[in-house]
Design a protein around this ligand. Sequence first.
Ligand code: ISE
Length: 341
Amino acid sequence: MSIQLAVIGVGIMGSDHAKIVVEDLPGAKLQVICDMDKSKAKSVADAHGAQDISTDPEGVILRGDVDAVIISSPDFTHAPLAKACITAGKRVLCEKPLSDSSIECLEVMAAERNSSARYVMLGFMRRFDQSYVEMKAALDNNNLGRALMMHNFHRNVEIPTSDFSASMAISNSAPHEFDVARYVLGTEFASITAFKPHRTDGRVAPVIMVLETVDDQLVTIEINNNATYGYDVRAELVGETGSISINNQAHTRTDIKFSSSTSYDTDWRGRFHDAYVRQNRKFLNFVKTGSFPEIASDCWDGYCAALVAEFGIKALHSGAKHTIRTIPKPALYRTRKGEMA
Ligand code: ISE
């Protein structure tokens, strides 16, 4: 019996999810493509052979022929649709962020806690990227000694929409680093400061954040949404006895006329394709078995990312250091290795 999936929202990421379901998820069937724009839903459904289309997300979640859902609609719809999935008892892979608002993340967590089960796997795909997997393994295997610092660089070619602001660099782009740094280091953030240099061309400037962890480590994050030259994600983890770096991924290097060059992806979909496939396979297994994947992000992680982003935006505007305080971690989310339930 195959697992019948619905994809809600087929903008850039949603159509990639539909493609991954068909090409890379044996045991899954693309049942419904849902989008407010019917012609978009139809063209993605036609391209990937989905059974049906819809423009009604809540209706799709309730359908008897839909076992589980992938949410890739606009950010502000993530939390309400995730809650609808929980109420319907359907497991859901929800694109990041769970919400821009930590309060709204708490509401989704409350819905999950009321049903005493985890339904939401959050699409922080970096955790599945081989580079971060190796970085975490190097730390966990004590190859580097105790972690001191993690430096992160996240550069996009240009802002995705004309209303994209420095605050959105923190609420939309930086959550990837907030999440993956917490995951790799196995810690939580205690404070954040944020700064930006002045760009003379009036375009959105980079944002640099410095975060302290509760274990007295430092994390630096540069988000540059107008880097121009390519999609470039790098990081270095510095331990007391060694360090490990994530390089730009290039399959080839060209040497010609006394110079050497490698190329960059234009956006994250190429760079993180393998991570998305691994993530979505883990989601399928979660749907089949009900066992939440150890590696994946959940609603607690979504809440932490949103909370850090909220303080980051405050810090950018105030120029001051802001203390980050989370609620105590609810028992439902304390079921990973090394955590007391
Ligand atoms: C963007 O906001 C995303 O959501 C992508 O996942 C990320 O990789 C990209 O760099 C972000 O700016």
